[in-house]
Design a protein around this ligand. Structure first.
Ligand code: GLN
Length: 476
């Protein structure tokens, strides 16, 4: 159980003067101080947070409007550009980088009175599933310090699990919100592609990247999504938000008339037996609530990981080309000429995983291999999109586990990148197809948290949240 009440309760308390924004910042830092050894935050923004709190408390005293998130502390993954502090993306390349502009999502939250208290650890450039690729430190799992917190938004998930703030932000290119959410026992929402502006979030793979909240419960996540979503002129790929928004749905009494498809293709080999059993128990509870459960097959889903690990590195190699050591980021001034300058700056600034992805990406895009790899992958991606559309013509939601494993031991997968990539087998399809997906905590197995994934049709984020809320109630 979290030490924080729900965000709407907190906001009421702040607005009524029952607690001050400063009290909430005190509370956030008491948990940050207590849990520093979990390696969660790359930077703490104490001074700035207290200054903001004073500003908000003064406004309240003067009867001014303070917004829908008045005084609520939050933590952003360190790939969100912020005016306060540094933005490192977890990489040596950006270790001392001061952002010249701010992510739209951050600005929207601040405009509603939220208070940024820290920036969370991540796999460098969000490449990974465990935060072990961070150039700063490895975030430990809040439930067992010998295990990983998941990734790449491991710091963000652990921050909420350790009560450092009532919510945090993550980015999800292939599972990076959902996997750490499931490893840390929090709710992680990956919205539809384009629902939240990507402006000001360090680009990983632009056709897959989405950003979303990590929270203690579904309704907190829904409120944060409501504040962040909606068109932004700085991101031309955006979609309209639901006309009813996301923060105010009616709680469902049951699931009568709701059709739920089980992705059996994801429930086979490689899945931890105990997770399989727990997933089945959750499905049984949906049935008890009146849902109609059917088996659904997505014939191409077993290709999704292969497609992801072609499309993603292709886009990564392109996005990382901007780090030339000249415009910004790490640079090595001992270079003798321009080529040497690029070579030295990039060799020193990027870690092994970024280099691996640059090589794979450049390879699959090169003229001799483009047709065999990149083009083929895009064709299968289109097929996958169509198969999901077809599935959603028969059911309202699809469900599966989030991860094939429980939080694994630190170091267990680091010497074999393919093992690490396999962690993403259940999550990447939602990114390739752009659909919304959520990870919900569904209890513990062997004292470690486990999550349950629900996916909905593109743009059906509101419906996804509504059904998630009733599922959540079964496990409280
Ligand atoms: N684990 C996946 C990868 O390494 C997903 C990363 C992400 O979603 N940012 O690519």
């Amino acid at each position: 159980m979290s030490n924080w009440p729900s965000i709407d309760v907190l906001v009421k308390q702040v607005k009524s003067g029952q607690v001050s924004a400063k009290d909430l910042v005190d509370k956030a830092f008491s948990f940050i101080d207590k849990n520093r050894h979990f390696n969660v935050l790359i930077s703490e923004l104490k001074e700035q947070a207290y200054a903001r709190a004073t500003e908000i408390d003064n406004k309240i005293k003067n009867g001014q409007d303070v917004g829908r998130l008045a005084g609520i502390p939050f933590i952003a993954k360190d790939n969100f550009l912020t005016f306060d502090g540094y933005t490192t993306a977890g990489s040596n390349m950006l270790r001392n980088f001061k952002a010249p502009y701010q992510a739209t999502s951050i600005t929207r939250l601040l405009d509603e009175g939220a208070i940024l208290v820290g920036k969370a650890n991540l796999d460098a450039f969000a490449h990974g599933a465990s935060t072990e690729n961070s150039d700063f430190m490895i975030t430990k799992n809040p439930f067992n310090e010998t295990r990983v917190a998941g990734g790449s938004s491991g710091g963000s998930a652990a921050a909420v699990a350790l009560d450092m703030a009532p919510f945090s932000l993550g980015s999800d290119t292939g599972g990076s919100i959902r996997t750490p959410a499931s490893f840390c026992n929090v709710v992680g929402i990956k919205p539809s592609y384009g629902l939240v502006s990507r402006s000001g979030v360090v680009a990983m793979a632009s056709s897959l990247d989405v950003i979303g909240p990590l929270t203690n419960n579904v309704s907190d996540g829904a409120l944060i999504l409501d504040v962040m979503s909606g068109p932004d002129q700085l991101d031309s790929t955006m979609i309209e938000k639901d006309k009813d928004g996301y923060g105010n749905f009616e709680p469902l009494k049951d699931l009568k008339g709701v059709k739920i498809g089980v992705l059996n293709d994801l429930m086979n080999e490689g899945l931890n037996d105990k997770i399989k059993i727990r997933t089945q128990e959750v499905i049984d509870s949906l049935k008890k609530l009146g849902a109609e459960i059917v088996d659904i097959s997505i014939p191409s889903i077993d290709l999704s990981l292969a497609v992801y690990y072609i499309v993603c590195p292709a886009e990564v190699s392109s996005n990382l080309s901007r780090y030339d050591g000249i415009r910004y980021g790490h640079h090595d001034d001992s270079a003798v000429d321009l080529e040497d300058y690029y070579l030295k700056s990039r060799s020193e600034g990027f870690g092994a995983e970024a280099k691996r992805r640059i090589m794979i990406g450049t390879y699959v895009l090169s003229s001799g291999y483009y047709d065999a790899y990149y083009k083929k992958a895009q064709q299968v991606r289109t097929k996958l999109i169509n198969e999901f559309k077809q599935a959603f013509s028969a059911v309202d939601f699809l469900v599966s586990p989030v991860s094939p494993d429980l939080p694994f031991k630190i170091g267990e997968k680091t010497d074999d990148p393919l093992k690490m990539y396999l962690s993403d087998v259940m999550t990447v399809a939602a990114n390739l197809t752009g659909i919304p997906a959520i990870s919900l905590p569904v209890g513990m197995i062997d004292d470690l948290p486990v999550g349950f994934q629900i996916m909905a049709p593109f743009k059906a984020d509101r419906q996804l949240l509504q059904v998630s809320e009733i599922v959540e109630r079964q496990f409280k």
